[in-house]
Design a protein around this ligand. Structure first.
Ligand code: 9G3
Length: 567
């Protein structure tokens, strides 16, 4: 492809709305353009890389016997009503009406649709197990689209669904997809962690996320040298007792003017945050509940929602706090609170601690559980933190890192097959419900993750397997006949050998060409400059920007070898 003909609008400047390297580079390298908040168009260079990523995913699915379908993106409301999910996802679901006023949504995911397809096509156990998949555009009206295609409102997902006759079968299908995912992400050159994850609204018996380590990742992962590796949403916590042999003192109300935050209170009382138990009020599907964690800990809302079975869980509004506690915000406590009080395991190990007195500007000190208040339930409601004891080996201390979720696989069970009345006849002619799994890969998100992991300040460093083109040939001075001629020869020789080549035949200064070449990041660059007079060219490897001066023939040979060895 000749750059003089190619729609490649590179940008010198970093677009202000792009906060992270991959978003900045995808805009600057002319891969995408924003159409609206969270809505992107793929330009020619971006689309070539996207197709390669898609095909890596497709090959890994096909090599693991999954069968590709393509479902509609315009989905009738009835399917989601049957599964009970039409309301569940609220404003995140793009809804529309057709000309007759019938309700549809733009597909955010397709459990219902794949299950209905199986319901209408599979009748016998002999047709199971089956794993079906698609690579298709999804729509979710994210509240806060950000980071380019990492959290966009329209994105390409590979979603797969497995159907088995029993749990053992599901375990096999699940492991099969697990292997397919490793094959795909390895092929993309991604460095990833496989993380135990919460299944959230999906239900089922467990799930794992494929996380690309990245400082800009929205997910926090806890891991230990023993092999424990979990999304902190799910990571179990070991309660750490603070050894004190002090006696149990009597509760005492204290006047604490202008002290609402933990910092102000510890300052005022001359104590530390771990002598505190904070009480947070939540609104769980309209019901106000209190949850207590030690002052220096954070509430884990996923654990809380799972315990409560909440569909919608959010912090109680200031009005609800005032109504429930009878005090201003910042003085909530468990004593005579009047709503359920869920207590984290660590608080149950604390003695003589400080809590809000449910009275503006007052706290209680020397509060003790079961003496001064009775918890509704004691359990694990906090976030694990860097340095906490590992919940698995109980010896080492865990570390944390950030990750971008590029894949998520679930053991679903019969949640959708049951609600969609999907059945098959077993070997005894008895009706059974298929056991399902579902498996997602964020295809467009993979591109951003690859760039996050494989780029430098000059631009993208495409792994060969997903590079839009393999080599860019740069005639340094397009007015120099000799350079242009040699560049053209190299260009056509490489193409003859199956190498995908860009020729930068633009009438631009060398500096502009080299900067653009490093920005768009093809694995190899061949500079045809002054050395052309002696038949010499430069072979530049984008990864380490190493330069080798070679004859044109050797440069061609080395380029072909490099690309074929790294495909
Ligand atoms: C919705 C909306 C948003 C959603 C969902 C449904 C996330 C929804 C979870 C999944 C689970 C798996 C198949 C591939 C792998 C992931 N956000 N999820 O179900 F209606 Cl608006 O998508 N689906």
């Amino acid at each position: 492809m000749r750059l003089s003909k190619f729609l490649l609008p590179t940008l010198r400047e970093v677009p202000s709305e792009a906060e992270i390297p991959s978003h900045q580079l995808m805009l600057r390298a002319g891969l995408i353009r924003k159409l609206a908040s969270g809505v992107y168009s793929f330009l020619p260079l971006g689309l070539k890389a996207l197709k390669k990523i898609e095909n890596i995913v497709r090959d890994s699915m096909d090599s693991h016997d999954a069968q590709e379908l393509l479902m509609s993106a315009v989905l009738p409301k009835e399917y989601f009503e049957t599964s009970g999910r039409w309301e569940v996802f609220g404003p995140e679901m793009f809804r529309l009406k057709d000309r007759a006023g019938r309700d549809f949504c733009l597909g955010p995911t397709h459990e219902e649709i794949f299950t209905d397809t199986v319901k209408n096509t599979i009748k016998s156990y002999k047709q199971l197990p089956v794993t079906l998949y698609q690579i298709q555009t999804k729509y979710r009206d994210e509240r806060r689209p950000r980071f380019g295609v990492i959290r966009s409102r329209e994105f390409i997902m590979k979603d797969a669904y497995s159907f088995d006759t029993n749990e053992e079968g599901l375990d096999i299908s699940y492991k099969n997809m697990y292997d397919a995912y490793r094959e795909a992400f390895d092929k993309m050159g991604l460095e990833y962690l496989i993380v135990d994850a919460d299944s959230g609204a999906m239900g089922g018996s467990g799930s794992q996320e494929f996380m690309v380590k990245s400082d800009v990742g929205e997910d926090t992962i806890a891991y230990c040298s023993c092999g424990f590796c979990s999304n902190i949403e799910k990571a179990a916590c070991v309660p750490e007792a603070i050894e004190t042999n002090e006696d149990i003192f009597d509760i005492e109300k204290i006047y604490t003017p202008h002290s609402r935050t933990i910092e102000e209170l510890t300052e005022f009382l001359g104590t530390t945050a771990d002598k505190f138990a904070k009480t947070l009020l939540y609104n769980s599907d309209g019901k106000i509940v209190a949850v207590m964690v030690r002052g220096d800990r954070e509430v884990n809302e996923t654990k809380l929602a799972n315990y409560l079975g909440s569909i919608n869980l959010e912090l109680a509004s200031p009005d609800d706090v005032v109504k429930t506690t009878g005090a201003a915000v910042g003085f909530a406590g468990p004593v005579n609170l009047g709503v359920d009080v869920l207590v984290d395991n660590e608080v149950a190990l604390m003695k003589n601690f400080v809590v809000g007195a449910n009275e503006t500007e007052y706290h209680f000190k020397n509060v003790n559980i079961n003496k001064d208040f009775t918890p509704t339930y004691v359990g694990d409601f906090r976030n694990i933190e860097e340095g906490n004891i590992c919940p698995v080996c109980k010896k080492e201390r865990i570390s944390t890192c950030q990750g971008i979720e590029v894949g998520h696989i679930f053991k679903l069970g019969t949640k959708y097959s049951k609600s969609m009345d999907c059945k098959f006849l077993d070997e005894n002619g008895k009706e059974q419900i298929p056991i399902m799994g579902c498996y997602g890969i964020g295809v467009t998100r993979c591109m951003a993750a690859i760039i996050e992991q494989s780029s430098d300040e000059s631009g993208i460093i495409w792994p060969v397997s997903v590079a839009p083109y393999h080599v860019i040939v740069v005639p340094v001075n397009t007015k120099n006949e000799e350079q242009v001629k040699l560049a053209e020869e190299i260009y056509s020789e490489l193409k003859k050998n199956g190498i995908e080549v860009l020729l930068d035949d633009r009438n631009e200064r060398a500096g502009v060409k080299f900067k653009d070449a490093d920005l768009i990041g093809m694995p190899l660059r061949i500079n045809v400059g002054k050395g052309a007079a002696d038949g010499l060219v430069e072979l530049v490897t984008r990864k380490d920007l190493s330069v080798k001066e070679l004859s044109a023939a050797d440069a061609i040979k080395e380029a072909i070898e490099y690309i074929n060895n790294n495909k």
